[in-house]
Every structure is written in structure tokens, then in C-alpha cells.
Design a protein around this ligand. Structure first.
Ligand SMILES: Nc1ncnc2c1ncn2[C@@H]1O[C@H](COP(=O)(O)OP(=O)(O)OP(=O)(O)O)[C@@H](O)[C@H]1O
Ligand SMILES: [Mg+2]
Length: 249
């Protein structure tokens, strides 16, 4: 049986006394490929931050690789939803990716660190841009570089918060195919609004709207989507969907 790497039990998070996550039970195992979907403000980013140990739950238990989240974090690669950076910053694409191997202040990068950074760039199809100044990339290319940084540390779990937000539909397809390959080496949990596309590639879908509505095989999961979004959803699970959301009432 595959090992459980994320285990959340009865997790609650409150902001200003209002519940943002309520009674969350989540289990992610080695080589799982899970998508978390749900409306804006549903708590998706908060949930990822709980897994990373950046937010401490008010109630409940979090175990990452059997340890507390701060220790488990070393084995996680993370792509935040928003990355704030100065486009004029004098760093190359390579400099940004090798930062994914950061071990602490005054600890330089070894030959292996540099090799792994180049390998991650190659995986993301960005090797030819390695010497380009980071501000001189398109939004989609930049996103690939940030994902390369997340995988450069060879994580056992990859958390991606809306990775396809600035990727065009053609690139999205190759992006998900790439994730399907990465999945052989690590578990992947991604947050997305691309319900239609994601349903073709991922194995499990969890719907989060304060509560985690579902966690299991996607066919059954899709039926529950309407409850979460509270509006009708039309999905064609094979190939690209023609239409995802029907008009709200
Ligand atoms: N640091 C914070 N302090 C107070 N409230 C917060 C904080 N972070 C998030 N919230 C609130 O918690 C709720 C969940 O936010 P979260 O960012 O997790 O949602 P999300 O599902 O990622 O949404 P989106 O799809 O828009 O990215 C929102 O109502 C948000 O306003
Ligand atoms: Mg978010």
C-alpha cells in the first residue's frame, strides 16, 4: 500500500472568529494526483498553507510525512498563487531556479544544486532561457520558471496554487501532460479553476467551500460540484469541455 504523506484530521481555521476551514479531513498518498477546486474565498490557499505549516489550525491535527508540518515542509515544493517580485531585479532564470535548493544563509550552492536546477529547467522546457533576466519573460514562461524552482529541490509532494492562471489553452494541455509525468516521482496537489481541463488529467478531485465536500475518484466527485459552486455545471469529461458553467439562476 502506498504511504500516506499528508494527513489532516478535523482541522478548523478561523480568521477574525469566522470559520474559513471547517472540519477538514484530507489524506494524500504517495503518487496521488489531486485537484482542489472551489469558489473564490473557499479556503483553498488557506488549506495549502496549513499543509505547509504557514498557518496553524485552531483545532485539529496535521501530519506531513508523519511529522509536524514545519519539518515535513522540507519535502514539499510549493508554487504560491501570487508571486510578488521586481521585474527589474538583476537575477537570471537560473538564479531564480537554483534558489529552490536554498539551504540557509551563507550556505552556497553545490555542483549538485546547480545540476538539479538545470534539470528542473529542462523538465519545464525552459533550459534555453536559463541566462535570460527574469523580468524579460512572458507570464506563462515565468510561471514555468517558478514551477522549475519548486521541483528543483526534488520534492516528494508538489503543491501548486492555480498554476495555469497565466497559461494559454494550448500550453495548458502540455502543462497537464507534464504534470502526469512528474507524478511518477512525486504526489501532486493543485488548486485550480479549470474544472473542465483538470477533470481529464487528475485522478481525484476535492471540492472545497469551507468544508471539503469530496475526496475520492473523480467520476463521483464531479457530480458533487454543483453543490459546491451552488450553480449548475455542465461537464463533458472526455476531451475538452464545450461549456463548463451554465447561466446562474
Ligand atoms: N490572513 C487572513 N486574514 C483574514 N482573512 C483571511 C486571511 N487569508 C484569507 N482570509 C479569508 O479567508 C477566506 C479564504 O481565503 P483563501 O485565500 O484561502 O481562498 P481561496 O479558496 O484560495 O480563494 P481564491 O480562489 O480567490 O484564491 C477568504 O474569505 C479570505 O478573505
Ligand atoms: Mg487562493
Amino acid at each position: 500500500m502506498s504511504k500516506e504523506i499528508v494527513c489532516l484530521k478535523n482541522v478548523y481555521v478561523y480568521f477574525n472568529k469566522l470559520p474559513v476551514l471547517e472540519n477538514i479531513n484530507l489524506s494524500i498518498k504517495e503518487n496521488d494526483f489531486l485537484a482542489i477546486i472551489g469558489p473564490n474565498g473557499g479556503g483553498k490557499t488557506t488549506l495549502l498553507k496549513v499543509i505547509l505549516g504557514l498557518i496553524k489550525p485552531d483545532k485539529g491535527e496535521v501530519k506531513i510525512f508523519g511529522k509536524n508540518p514545519k519539518e515535513g515542509r522540507k519535502l514539499i515544493g510549493y508554487l504560491p498563487q501570487y508571486t510578488i517580485f521586481d521585474p527589474g531585479f538583476p537575477a537570471s532564470v537560473f538564479d531564480v531556479v537554483v534558489m529552490g535548493r536554498y539551504k540557509g544563509m551563507f550556505k552556497g550552492y553545490s555542483k549538485k544544486d546547480k545540476e538539479e536546477a538545470l534539470d528542473a529547467l529542462k523538465t519545464m522546457g525552459m533550459l534555453e532561457f536559463k541566462d535570460r533576466q527574469i523580468g524579460k519573460l512572458s507570464g506563462g514562461q515565468l510561471q514555468r520558471v517558478f514551477i522549475a524552482r519548486a521541483i528543483a529541490r526534488k520534492p516528494k509532494l508538489l503543491l501548486l496554487d492555480e498554476p495555469t492562471a497565466s497559461i494559454d489553452p494550448e500550453m495548458q494541455k502540455s502543462f497537464y501532460e507534464l504534470l502526469s509525468k512528474l507524478k511518477e516521482k512525486m504526489a501532486i496537489c493543485l488548486v485550480t479553476h479549470d474544472i473542465g481541463v483538470v477533470s481529464v488529467y487528475v485522478e481525484e478531485i476535492a471540492c472545497l467551500n469551507r468544508r471539503l465536500f469530496y475526496h475520492g475518484p473523480k467520476e463521483a466527485g464531479l457530480k458533487k460540484l454543483e453543490d459546491v459552486y451552488q450553480c449548475p455545471i455542465e461537464l463533458i469529461a472526455h476531451g475538452v469541455p464545450h461549456r463548463v458553467l451554465r447561466k446562474h439562476k
